[in-house]
Design a protein around this ligand. Structure first.
Ligand code: AMP
Length: 609
């Protein structure tokens, strides 16, 4: 029987799993890690890097390193989210030919599905290495709140990566599948998923005989760990301004260092109650002296900085329970998913709201991929008794006269589903109607998302309101929508599957698949150590070139001499590891090298008296 892998394609990290001998198992990547950063880079020599190796060189190659592509997938160039990303991302985001989004890396532009495909391909290769056989089928997860366009774009990404995505599953649903796997129970559970970029909450009923029914789902595609990091950055920037009168935001390199330090501090504060943020030579003052940032952040300060973010998650939970017509105490277990749920304040708020301790049985970083693998194996193995009843996260309908939104499928309807409604012409002798297919919850159609449009022609010429047109919406198990319209009298019919909406045409997807194939041959044959060695040597070379200049600038202070001494030690250790061809040790020193590199760059790039 063909194996199906389950892939959690995350904003920050991705994870791949498989059901092996009946047991869902996470597949480690070649570095031995169970999750892989969803990062992609192109080096000066035109080489593609994916995962940890891309992350390690992100600071020194920021313009050509893509992170959080999931925030852009399936979005239109004109959307506020893309506008925001254009301003804040370190890489270049440009408008594509179909009003979609493209990313410029060196001299080439890539569609967002193409970038995500590189991550998916990496996961595919990890699985193939692990299983020692080719893998072509996958179940890929998406946030429950992803709309049709985002789902389609994710499928396109799979296709470009050479994967047949046999099902798109909502992340919280996948988490519930992993949670309920192998247990016989009847339970109502909530899955609370707070990751790097998105928040999702779903309420599910797990029934006898392996039935998983989603009752309600909601979320916010712009609420996640990065927003917590941003609060810490604001706090650091403001404090620095008050102390030194210098705005750190003017300096891209300083900002990048702040970003890293903020995330690190946030993660540390999940286990300790205070941490020191220490960034030497972060910027120079107007009087050409190097300034250092040194501040203690306590857990309680972090909590007060982020209080409203946690509150927003809880508000969405409240709304979701209302939609599900459930009281809090009817939820019998709460499953936590996503890296941010390690934050004690998040756990406490969840516990307070649901009035119970969240489930400890699942690993927040792995549970989604495990669930995807469970679903994958059930789809190809008929002996597996499992029925998954998911719901549509958005209402679907059409625009009617006066820009009103007429709903055909309400939010939280179990899929697959089909619904029809009869409409009439709005003018005399009207022989054609335009069907605008929309998704959203607003009464005003213009506030909702346009998924696609088509025209039904050849209607009988008659007075206004006398021609009846039946519009039918169908949603399949991937949450992908098709729509048809029919003149009830003469049987004339038109339909669309809302597919080309990811911004890519069929031809483009085909061409990108070819490109990806070529690349794969290259990637599979490359030696991991060689890649690492090149990265490390580049950093060492840069650091060494900067040594004389940095020494001159900072040697007058104890702090500076100390930093120089440490830097020399780091370079020596890394060198020794390269000589020994010890991949693990080189990897270990890489972060220190990158940190030193950043610091040196910061020192030499500023004017000094
Ligand atoms: P995910 O998308 O599920 O991989 O979650 C990634 C997010 O979780 C990022 O914003 C991380 O900074 C955050 N995260 C990871 N570990 C921790 C931790 N120990 N405490 C707080 N946040 C964390």
């Amino acid at each position: 029987m063909e194996r199906v892998i389950g892939i959690d394609l995350g904003t920050t990290n991705s994870c791949v799993a498989i059901v092996e001998d009946g047991v869902p198992t996470v597949i480690p990547n070649r570095g031995g890690y169970k999750t892989t950063p969803s990062m992609v880079a192109v080096t000066e020599a035109g080489k593609r890097l994916v995962g940890h190796i891309a992350k390690r060189q992100a600071i020194t190659n920021a313009e050509n390193t893509v992170y959080a592509a999931k925030r852009l997938i399936g979005r239109k160039w004109s959307s506020p989210q893309v506008k925001n990303a254009v301003l804040t991302a370190s890489y270049k985001i440009i408008e594509g030919p179909h009003g979609d989004v493209r990313i410029q890396l060196r001299d080439k532009t890539y569609s967002v599905p193409e970038i995500s495909a590189m991550v998916l391909q990496e996961m595919k290769v990890c699985a193939e290495d692990y299983l020692s056989e080719p893998v072509s089928k996958a179940v890929v997860t998406v946030p429950a709140y992803f709309n049709d366009t985002q789902r389609q774009a994710t499928k396109d990404a799979g296709q470009i990566a050479g994967l047949d995505v046999i099902r798109i599953v909502n992340e919280p649903t996948a988490a519930a599948l992993a949670y309920g796997f192998g247990k016989t129970m009847e339970k109502t559970i909530a899955v609370f998923d707070l990751g790097g970029g998105t928040f999702d909450i779903s309420v599910l009923e797990i029934g006898a005989g392996g039935v998983f029914k989603v009752i309600a789902t909601a979320g916010d595609t712009f609420l996640g760990g990065e927003d917590f990091d941003a609060r810490i950055i604001d706090w650091l920037v403001q404090g620095f301004k008050d102390q030194h009168g210098v705005d750190l935001r003017q300096d891209r390199m300083a900002l990048q260092r702040l970003k890293d330090a903020a995330e690190k501090a946030k993660c540390e504060l999940s286990t300790v109650t205070e941490t020191e943020i220490n960034l030497p030579f972060i910027i120079s003052s107007g009087r050409n002296e190097a300034l250092h940032l040194q501040r203690v952040l306590t857990r309680s300060t972090l909590e007060s900085l982020c209080e409203d973010l946690v509150e927003r998650c809880i508000e969405i939970c409240k709304q979701t329970l209302e939609d599900a017509r459930l009281d809090r105490d009817e939820v019998e277990d709460v499953v936590l998913v996503g890296g941010m749920t390690r934050m004690p304040r998040v756990q406490d708020s969840v516990k307070e709201f649901f009035g119970r301790e969240p489930s400890k049985g699942v690993h927040p970083d792995e549970v989604v991929a495990l669930g995807a693998a469970v679903q994958g194996s059930a789809l190809v193995d008929e002996t597996k008794q499992m029925i998954l009843l998911d719901v549509t996260p958005h209402a679907l309908g059409i625009m009617t006269f006066g820009s009103n939104f007429e709903e055909l499928i309400p939010q939280n309807t179990t899929v697959p589903t089909a619904r029809s409604k009869i409409f009439t012409t709005s003018r005399d002798r009207q022989t054609a109607v335009k069907i605008l297919v929309m998704q959203g919850e607003h009464q005003k159609a213009t506030e909702n998302e346009l998924l696609g449009e088509f025209i039904l022609t050849g209607l009988r010429s008659a007075p206004k309101g006398q021609v009846e047109i039946e519009v039918t919406f169908e949603i399949n198990s991937d949450g992908i929508v098709s729509v048809s319209a029919k003149d009830l009298e003469n049987g004339q019919q038109q339909s669309i599957q809302v597919t080309a909406s990811s911004g890519l045409t069929k031809e483009e997807v085909g061409r990108m698949m070819e490109d990806a194939k070529e690349y794969m041959v290259e990637r599979q044959s490359s030696d991991e150590f060689e890649g690492l060695k090149q990265e490390a040597e580049k950093l060492i070379g840069d650091i060494e070139r900067m040594f004389p200049q940095v020494e001159q600038i900072v040697a007058s202070s104890d702090f500076g001499r100390d930093a120089i001494g440490k830097a020399r030690g780091i370079v020596e250790k890394a060198r020794a590891a390269i000589v020994k061809r010890d991949s693990a040790a080189v990897k270990e020193h890489m972060e220190s090298l990158a940190r030193t590199h950043r610091m040196f760059k910061g020192v030499v790039s500023r004017p000094h008296g």
